[in-house]
Each structure stands twice: as C-alpha cells, then as structure tokens.
Design a protein around this ligand. Structure first.
Ligand code: HEC
Length: 455
C-alpha cells in the first residue's frame, strides 16, 4: 500500500531534471508558456481528503473529495456576487436571502440532498475547502467531509430536547475569492505562508451544520434533511459510527468593503415547518452582524442570553446586530451573549465576530474567555477583561499583542489548519494520510492507522 510522506518529494531526481528541461524548452520555444502556467490552479498539493472513513463492509457509497484546485490568480472583480450590492443594514433580509441563493446556486443540485455541497465534483470547481482539517480526533470524516465542532447541551435546541451527549458536525466552503487566499497560504505544503493573510473583497464563506440530537425532540426539526456520516458515538467519545445527522444551521461570512470592520456575518436556522420542497430553503434567516457592540454590557449573564430557549429574546440596545423579528418564521432560539448574533449550535455567551476575530496561528488566546484553561483566569461575565472579546477589531488585525502569531483574517478554519500542521510537524510523527480511497478501507491497509494509534 502506498503511503505519502509530506516532508519528502518521492519523485526520482531524473524526472525532476526532465521536467526542468521541458520547462526550459517550452520557455525557449513559446515565450509566454510559463506565464500561462501561472494561471493554472494549484493541482499538485494533494492534501488528504479526510481522516475517517467507514469500513467498506459498512459503507460503499460516494467518498468525500477535498476541493483543492485553488485559483492561482486573484479572480476578476466581475465575478463578485451581485448580492454585495444590497445594503446589508437597511435590507438585511434581502442580503441574507441573496447570499443564501448565491451559496446554493452551484452547490444544491436539485436531486438527492446527499449529493449537494460536493464542490470537488465540478470539472472546474468554484468553491473550496480548507486543507489540513483531516487531522486529529475531530478531523474530517470521509462521507461528506464533516468535522466535529461542538457539544449540544440538553434543552439547547428546544425545551423538549432531553438528549444528552449531543454534538454538532459541519462542513464549510469558500467561494473562488476565498479559494484564492487558501491557495496562497497553502501553496507550499512544507512551508505554509502565515504572514499577511487577507481575503479579497467578494470572499463568501458558508458552512452547514448537522446534529445527532434526535430530530423528534426538536419541533423545528420536523420534516428534516438528513445526511449519513461517520461521526463519533457522542461528543465525549472518539469511537466512530455511521449515523444519521440532521441539518440545523447555516453560517455565512462575507468580506464586504462596506462593513465597518471588513466582514459581515449571517446565520440561518432550520425550520421544517416552512415545508419547502427544497429542504435547504427551510434554513430561515436568524440575523446579521457587522460589529461586536462594545458598549453593550447588560448585566452579568444578561437577560437576553437565554440558554434554554422558550422564546427568542431580542436585545433592542444592539446597534451592530439585527435579529429576524418574525416569530412565525424563526423558531424559539438562544442567541449569543446579550443577544448578539449566534446560531443554535453556538455558545450563548459568545458571538460570531467575538469568536472569529481571535483567529490566528499559532493559537494564543482562546476564541472565548470561557475556554481559558485555568478556571481562575476566566474573567467575570461583563468585566473589563471579558469585554476584550467584545471589542471591534478590523479584519486582518491581530487579537493578541504578540507578533509571533499571525492573524488569519477572521478565518478559524485557516487558523485550525495551520495549527494542525504545526502540531503534526512538532509531534515528530512524519506519517500523514495519503489520498484516501475506497479500496484502502480495510483496517490493515488503513493509511491513517499510524496516526490513529498515536492519538
Ligand atoms: C465560540 C466560537 C465560535 C462562534 C461563536 C462562532 N464560530 Fe464560526 N467557527 C468557529 C470555529 C472554531 C470554526 C472553524 C471550525 C470549522 O469550521 O471546522 C468556525 C468556522 C466558521 C465558518 C467557516 C469559515 C472559517 O472561519 O473558517 C463560518 C462561515 C463561520 N464559522 C461563521 C460563523 C457565524 C456566522 C457565527 C455566528 C452565527 C459563528 N461562526 C459563530 C467558532 C465559532
């Protein structure tokens, strides 16, 4: 069985010389050959597609492929999505629906829902994944490319939800503008470029989230959209099983030059009562955010934070978050701290921008003060130290005043991918997953077995 090593180029030197000769000849005979090559997408990195695949006895269906033919040249401005012309503050709903339409256009095919969001299937992909998310116990599974994201507490999704040990899994995609930046960062797999990471205006990132909480326990998950995936038995387990996962949320980030800090965040929640034939459209707008509202600090826990959502509580003092006011459309839901934007999967004491502006590699401060390792260091909710996570940073700014880390422009997938790479490199474990294919699914021939054993 073939095993690919990341740190070594296994091509024989003679092939390299031959390649060099061909390039020199090509350059000599047709002057612009190398310029033409610069236009071609990156196709030679071959980052591993995933870290976990059900054994072939259990699963014989399609296998997830990482969309990694990142464009080498910054896409022309004419490719910018047209919803970027909508005023996101005055017409927040049109903006969110326009963005959703844009995300669905090339990813929702109109057939079996299980075939959707399979970006690598196109001959010339226009949406891209972040590499290096296969690594570690939360790494990508091989059916839909989902990564393990967060636990779900009882009653987090609805008062009737008693299920314990629930978890969220998700897969994110970047449009062609975002793919250009991922390609630049990961152009050289042995030396990722961590400095000066900036996503161009027009970057759209979307992520769909699925839960293993039984859909019968959550009224808004009636008429569910389900994907089968190879996930852990429950949040605390590392043992993978083949399980039904229910769509619950969609996240959006848009690099919009009208946003005061560079990015617009959007969120959608599944409401099966909408009963759309295209079930992806049951994802109804929760709201939009373009800042952290650093002045809003309503008490300690804040009456709006609402961890067990019987009703949705909207905070009228917020100026940089707008929440969908329509209770007939939006199921009862918790939001973020003090009512800032967050989705049902997210922490009720955090918020989209609060978490995302901490993105840096190597990691320093956690994405929420609640995740500080030493419990005595966790600041009081609403204190001055707590509010450090609710300041307004501009895109590309560094959260920690420590220039050994590089900001990843609010992208947590990029920061995680770089951190995974650093961990792998520093662990001295030089084995990595080769491109994982169905024929390799025996436990014995599992190219990841060494990584699994060392975990
Ligand atoms: C407590 C932290 C936290 C909060 C709150 C949070 N996120 Fe994230 N988000 C993450 C992490 C960690 C990732 C990367 C992991 C992954 O996607 O596999 C991520 C990934 C994403 C991605 C994929 C692009 C990227 O950054 O890598 C999008 C889009 C996104 N989140 C949007 C949102 C939106 C919109 C909200 C609010 C509704 C939100 N997030 C709230 C932690 C958070």
């Amino acid at each position: 069985m073939k095993q690919m090593k990341f740190c070594r180029d296994r091509r024989p030197t003679s092939v390299l010389w031959l390649a060099l000769l061909v390039v020199i000849c090509a350059a000599a005979f047709c002057g612009d050959a190398s310029a033409a090559d610069d236009d071609k997408p990156y196709v030679d990195q071959q980052y591993p597609d995933f870290g976990f695949l059900p054994p072939s006895k259990q699963y014989k269906g399609p296998v997830f492929t990482l969309s990694q033919k990142y464009p080498k040249v910054e896409p022309d401005k004419s490719l910018k999505p047209s919803f970027l012309e909508i005023d996101f503050q005055k017409k927040w709903r049109e903006y969110l629906l326009g963005a959703q339409e844009y995300c669905f256009q090339e990813n929702v095919l109109g057939g079996d829902f299980a075939d959707d969001f399979d970006a690598a299937k196109r001959t010339q992909p226009t949406w891209f994944h972040v590499p290096w998310q296969h690594y570690g116990p939360n790494g990508r599974e091989g059916v839909h490319g989902l990564t393990k994201e967060a636990p779900v507490q009882p009653q987090q999704l609805a008062i009737s939800q008693t299920y314990k040990g629930g978890q969220m899994y998700a897969v994110g995609l970047y449009n062609i503008f975002g793919g250009y930046t991922i390609g630049k960062v990961w152009a050289d797999k042995q030396h990722p470029k961590m400095k000066d990471i900036h996503f161009p205006v027009g970057t759209v990132v979307m992520k769909v989230l699925f839960t293993d909480v039984p859909s019968e326990q959550v009224p808004s998950l009636t008429n569910p959209l389900k994907w089968n995936a190879y996930v852990t038995e429950n949040y605390d387990s590392t043992n993978r099983v083949f399980n039904d996962m229910t769509l619950i949320q969609m996240d959006l980030m848009v690099r919009d030059d009208r946003a005061p800090h560079g990015w617009v965040f959007g969120n959608y929640q599944y409401n099966g009562k909408m009963n759309n034939k295209n079930k992806w459209k049951n994802l109804v707008p929760v709201g939009i955010q373009w800042g952290n509202d650093p002045e809003v600090n309503d008490g300690t826990w804040g009456e709006y934070s609402n961890p067990v959502p019987v009703v949705t509580r909207r905070n009228p003092h917020l100026k940089q978050t707008i929440i969908n006011p329509d209770d007939a459309e939006l199921p009862p839901t918790h939001l973020g701290w003090n009512g800032r934007l967050n989705g049902p999967a997210d922490n009720y004491l955090s918020s989209c921008m609060s978490c995302h502006m901490t993105a840096q590699a190597p990691a320093r401060s956690p994405s929420s003060p609640l995740f500080l390792v030493a419990p005595e260091k966790i600041p009081d909710v609403g204190s001055k130290d707590w509010m450090r996570w609710f300041q307004n940073l501009n895109c590309g700014d560094r959260f920690d005043n420590d220039n050994t880390t590089s900001p990843t422009d609010f992208s947590l997938q990029l920061s995680i991918s770089l951190q995974n790479y650093i961990d792998w490199r520093d662990s001295g474990n030089k084995t990595s997953a080769s491109k994982y294919r169905l024929e390799n699914t025996d436990e014995d021939a599992d190219p990841l077995s060494e990584i699994r054993r060392t975990r």
